[in-house]
Design a protein around this ligand. Structure first.
Ligand code: NCD
Length: 304
């Protein structure tokens, strides 16, 4: 039995296989409609979510399975003081697979040690978000036709943005991928990620506060929201929240085939005037999230 806590637990070959299955689901959805008949997914969300939770649920329904769960800590026994380990030990008797989001870094890992069914990390604090990264990789592979030879600009809150941490860990394994790390000084990528991933693998990267200066080289621009819920005080958040706002004029020196991505929700980072630009991929990205989660559920449940 296998869980998914960190994207690095999947080999590049396994990721390629998940992408292939997701593409097959997109092409032949009817072939998958009963694959998870009589199987149940539990969504244990101790922190707010729209896309991640509902795309997991839609994924399980489209596989013919069923879904149970909760969408806020207040409506679970966590509010009475129950531990994550006890909760998942119990849920293991009610469901075949668990998707868990938690504000504490490491909580899904702890859960996976107590569970007797696979646990998927659906986001743990400011740490990791492996299934968003799977959605991102499917998006990149469909938009660009490749996962190698890319210059990726990640912009915004690189400190607390868990989607960025998992994306860098995943993309660093492909040939000739370079990163531009674009953030305010206070929201730089944590140094452990630079050290353990970028420097350890000898990946080329630049670090800047200037989005316009980085723009001309980018094949992908991955915008992120400043993660208000991780800040220690509101003043810092208010000062930093609008550090980057992508508007059509800022794209003037961008490549014609740039892909603009965002895990969503967006606040102000991307002007709605960009939405109609064919380079804007973020709504397609949300749909791909459902298909890749279908592929992941099939893999972890070992359904052929
Ligand atoms: C992201 C998350 O929860 O980390 N959202 C998502 O899952 N699509 C990004 C965010 O909340 O900013």
């Amino acid at each position: 039995m296998r869980s998914l806590i960190d994207i690095q637990e999947l080999s590049v070959q396994e990721i390629d296989e998940l992408i292939a299955v997701a593409n097959d689901i997109i092409a032949h959805p009817e072939a998958y409609r009963e694959k998870c008949k009589y199987k149940k997914l539990a969504t244990l969300f101790f922190e707010p979510s729209t896309r991640t939770r509902l795309s997991f649920e839609a994924a399980m329904y489209e596989l013919g399975g069923q879904v149970l769960g909760f969408s806020e800590a207040q409506s679970s026994s966590a509010s009475k003081g129950e531990s994550v380990s006890d909760t998942v030990r119990v849920i293991s008797g009610y469901a075949d697979i668990i998707a868990m989001r938690h504000p504490k870094e490491g909580a899904p890992l702890v859960a996976s040690l107590a569970a007797t069914v696979p646990v998927i990390n659906a986001g743990d604090g400011g740490h990791l978000h492996p299934t968003q990264t799977l959605a991102d990789l499917l998006t990149i592979s469909r938009e660009k036709g490749r996962l190698d030879n890319l210059t990726i600009g990640v912009c915004g809150d690189l400190k607390f943005g868990r989607t960025v941490h998992s994306l860098i860990a995943a993309m660093a394994r492909y040939e000739n991928v370079k990163f531009a790390l674009i953030s305010p000084a206070e929201l730089k990528l944590p140094s452990y990620i630079k050290k353990e991933i970028l420097q350890a693998k000898g990946i080329e990267y630049t670090q800047t506060t200037d989005l316009s200066a980085a723009m001309p080289d980018l094949d992908i621009l991955y915008m992120t929201r400043v993660q208000r819920e991780r800040f220690f005080n509101e003043e810092d958040y208010l000062r930093l929240k609008d550090s980057y706002i992508l508007t059509p004029d800022k794209l003037r020196n961008a490549k014609a085939d740039l892909s603009i991505m965002h895990p969503l929700p967006r606040v102000n980072e991307i002007s709605t005037a960009i939405d109609a630009d064919p380079r804007a991929c973020y709504f397609r990205q949300t749909l791909y999230g459902k298909y890749i989660r279908m592929a992941l559920i099939l893999k972890l449940l070992e359904v052929a």
